[in-house]
Design a protein around this ligand. Structure first.
Ligand SMILES: NC(=O)c1ccc[n+]([C@@H]2O[C@H](COP(=O)([O-])OP(=O)(O)OC[C@H]3O[C@@H](n4cnc5c(N)ncnc54)[C@H](OP(=O)(O)O)[C@@H]3O)[C@@H](O)[C@H]2O)c1
Length: 357
C-alpha cells in the first residue's frame, strides 16, 4: 500500500517534485493532490493536474505533504504548515521559514538523517546552495574535521522561481535585439542577462545578505557544529538552472588533494557526490578540446545528463598552497532537484525505510 501524497505549490519546485516522485517510483496511493492559492488546472511534469485551492480541509487524509510555496509571514508555511501537521500529515518544507527553529530538523539525507525521529512531523529542506555544499563537504569533515570554510556561489536564476527564468529570457532577447533590457526590480536589483549580481535575498545590518547567512547558519545546524568558521558570498549569475560554488575548506587534521580525491571518488564514503576531476580521459566530455593537458571539471550544463541530474558534481580539487590542511574545490548541482525536490523526496524515502512514515 502506498501513501497519500500532497504537493503545495506549482512553481518549478512543485513541477520537479511531481517528476522526482514519478521517476523514483515513490509509492503514491492514488493521484497526487496538488494545491496552490486558487483552483485551476496546471501542467506539471508534462501532464495536467487539478489544483485544489488550499484551505483547512485539503490536508485531511494525506500522509505526507511537500511544501513548495512562497516564504514569509503571509507565505505558505506560516499559514498552512501547522494546519497540515494538525491534520496528521508529515510536512517536508522547501521554504526557509522554520529551518532555524530548534525543534525542526533541517535534513540532507546523506548527512544527518538521524535528526528525524519517530516524533518528527515537520522537516525542513535546507537552502539549495547549502545542500550541495554540505553533501560535498560532509565526507571530508568526517575524515579531517572542518575548521573554516570560505564559499562563493554562482547561483542560477531559477533559484528565484519561474518569474526570474522568464525575466532573464526576456532581457536576453532584448539585449540580443540591440535594445536596452526592460528591468523589473521586483525580480532582481539589476538586469540579470549578461550580468552577475552579488546580491541574493535581502541585505542584513551586518552587510551580508540573507542568502549568505542562510548558508552559514544552516551548515552549522546540519553539521551540528555551532562554532564552525564559515564565510559566504552569494552571487546571481545568468544561468537558467544549476548552482555552482567555489569552496575553500581548511581542516583540523591532515588532509591534501590526494586524500580528498580518494574520499570523494568513493561512492560509499561520499554518497551523492560524483567526482569529475583530473585528466579528461573521456573524449566525449563537453570540456575536452583535444588538449592532452585539459582537465575535467563539472559545469551546470552537465546537469542535463541523466546520470548527473541528481548528483553533486565536484571538481577542481587543489591543495591551498597558503595554508596547511586546506583544499579548494568547485561543486555544481541542480538547485531545483537535489537543491529542492530530490532532497525532499529522499527524506520521505528514508523515513519510509526507517518506519517513520
Ligand atoms: N527555486 C529553487 O531553486 C529553490 C530551491 C530550494 C528551495 N526553494 C523554495 O521552494 C519554494 C518554491 O519555490 P519555486 O521556485 O517553485 O517558487 P514559485 O515559482 O514562486 O512558486 C510558488 C508556488 O507556491 C504557491 N503558493 C505561494 N503561496 C501560497 C500559499 N499561501 N498557499 C498555497 N500556495 C501558495 C504559488 O501558488 P499560485 O501559483 O497559486 O500563486 C506557486 O504555485 C520556495 O519556498 C523556495 O524558496 C526553491
Amino acid at each position: 500500500m502506498g501513501l497519500k501524497v500532497g504537493i503545495v505549490g506549482v512553481g518549478p519546485v512543485g513541477d520537479r517534485l511531481v517528476r522526482v516522485l514519478q521517476e523514483r517510483k515513490f509509492p503514491v496511493d492514488g493521484e497526487l493532490k496538488v494545491m496552490a492559492t486558487y483552483e485551476r488546472e496546471e501542467i506539471l511534469a508534462d501532464r495536467p493536474f487539478y489544483v485544489h485551492k488550499i484551505d483547512e480541509t485539503v490536508f485531511k487524509g494525506l500522509d505526507v505533504v511537500f511544501f513548495a510555496g512562497r516564504e514569509g509571514a503571509k507565505g505558505v508555511s506560516f499559514q498552512w504548515g501547522r494546519e497540515a501537521t494538525k491534520s496528521g500529515c508529515v510536512v517536508i518544507d522547501n521554504g526557509g521559514d522554520f529551518r532555524m527553529y530548534p525543534n525542526y530538523p533541517l535534513v540532507v539525507p546523506e548527512v544527518n538523517m538521524d535528526a528525524v525521529t519517530k516524533d518528527t512531523r515537520y522537516i525542513c529542506n535546507p537552502n539549495c546552495s547549502t545542500i550541495q555544499m554540505v553533501v560535498a563537504l560532509a565526507p571530508l569533515h568526517k575524515a579531517a574535521k572542518l575548521r573554516r570554510v570560505v564559499v562563493s556561489t554562482y547561483q542560477s536564476v531559477s533559484g528565484f522561481g519561474e518569474v526570474a527564468m522568464e525575466q532573464m529570457k526576456t532581457e536576453a532577447a532584448q539585449v540580443l535585439a540591440g535594445q536596452v533590457p526592460e528591468h523589473n526590480p521586483s525580480v532582481f536589483a539589476h538586469p540579470i542577462s549578461f550580468n552577475c549580481i552579488p546580491h541574493i535575498d535581502k541585505f542584513l545590518p551586518n552587510g551580508y545578505t540573507k542568502e549568505e547567512m542562510k548558508m552559514i547558519n544552516e551548515t552549522r545546524k546540519i553539521f551540528d557544529e555551532p562554532n564552525l568558521l564559515i564565510n559566504a558570498t552569494t552571487v546571481r549569475v545568468p544561468v537558467l538552472i544549476g548552482h555552482s560554488e567555489s569552496i575553500n575548506a581548511e581542516f583540523e587534521l591532515p588532509i591534501d588533494r590526494e586524500k580528498a580525491f580518494e574520499i570523494l571518488s568513493d561512492p560509499k564514503k561520499s554518497p551523492g557526490v560524483v567526482l569529475m576531476d583530473g585528466p579528461a580521459s573521456d573524449p566525449a566530455a563537453s570540456n575536452v578540446r583535444n588538449d592532452p593537458n585539459e582537465q575535467q571539471y563539472p559545469v551546470a550544463g552537465d546537469l542535463a545528463e541523466e546520470k548527473y541530474k541528481d548528483a553533486v558534481l565536484v571538481g577542481r580539487l587543489r591543495n591551498d598552497t597558503t595554508v596547511k590542511n586546506a583544499i579548494n574545490l568547485w561543486c555544481v548541482s541542480d538547485n531545483l532537484r537535489k537543491g529542492a525536490a530530490t532532497n525532499a523526496v529522499q527524506i520521505a524515502e528514508e523515513m519510509l525505510k526507517r518506519g517513520l512514515l
